[in-house]
Design a protein around this ligand. Sequence first.
Ligand SMILES: NC(=O)c1ccc[n+]([C@@H]2O[C@H](COP(=O)([O-])OP(=O)(O)OC[C@H]3O[C@@H](n4cnc5c(N)ncnc54)[C@H](O)[C@@H]3O)[C@@H](O)[C@H]2O)c1
Length: 255
Amino acid sequence: MNVKSLFDLSGEVGIITGSAQGLGEQMAIALAEAGAKVALVDINLEKLQKVEERIKKLGGECIAIKTDVTDPLQVDNMVNIVVKKFGKIDILINNAGVVSNYPAEDIPKDEWDKVINVNLTGVFLCTQRAGRQMIKQRKGSIVNISSMSGLIVNRPQPQLHYNVSKSGVIMLTKSFAAEWAKYNIRVNAIAPGYMRTPLVDKVYPRYGKDWVKYIPMGRIGDPSEIKGPALFLASRASSYMTGSVLVMDGGYTAW
Ligand SMILES: NC(=O)c1ccc[n+]([C@@H]2O[C@H](COP(=O)([O-])OP(=O)(O)OC[C@H]3O[C@@H](n4cnc5c(N)ncnc54)[C@H](O)[C@@H]3O)[C@@H](O)[C@H]2O)c1
């Protein structure tokens, strides 16, 4: 196959959760630019509709569906809407995520529940529910956004609950990959390092200088730099990869 067509998503349908801003917005644009029809999913409908307008201006076909990824009924409803509108699901990018910082001894139970629910249970629910459609089709590519925090403990900010949720995403990726390879469904993960999104903006003034010291490339990532890795894992370009974790961190975990 010609190398350009390996990355061509014409005729494919992709869902991207948490796509109202940040990395999710960039990955939705990447899929649309590669020719896919995209379903934008987030709890923030107002921002989601701005991304929808942006993608439509680029000439892409897309739909915005307000969904809380932690609610199985809302996830089922979202999957039904996508299948009704576009007829199938080829790609799912599980990106919705939240973070907070507490010393381990002070993490409130509510905060533990929230982070595990969105970052881990949300990925499980969307994968399971969209996966049922992919199993029927005998085709699918799922990309889970973990983090380098699933592989190492960040410093100086304390975030045990977040780190645990992201390491859970890595094992969830491998487990789904092993079970569903027989259905021609690939499941891979990306482990980004620090990327300058709204999630990170809040704490960047406090921690940014420290972080950059530990990054061999000497800078944090621009959100658009996830477009290539996401398209690679979503597309035929990675056809012999499943259960893999693609680290994209400016070298942070190499030190
Ligand atoms: N920015 C980074 O440095 C970085 C690094 C590693 C991993 N990540 C991961 O990448 C993903 C995206 O991060 P980001 O920096 O773009 O964050 P962000 O806060 O800019 O965007 C996250 C999006 O998820 C949505 N969301 C939150 N809870 C949701 C829910 N219950 N249901 C549906 N949508 C929900 C938010 O509304 C928001 O639009 C997250 O999983 C994050 O943990 C980010």
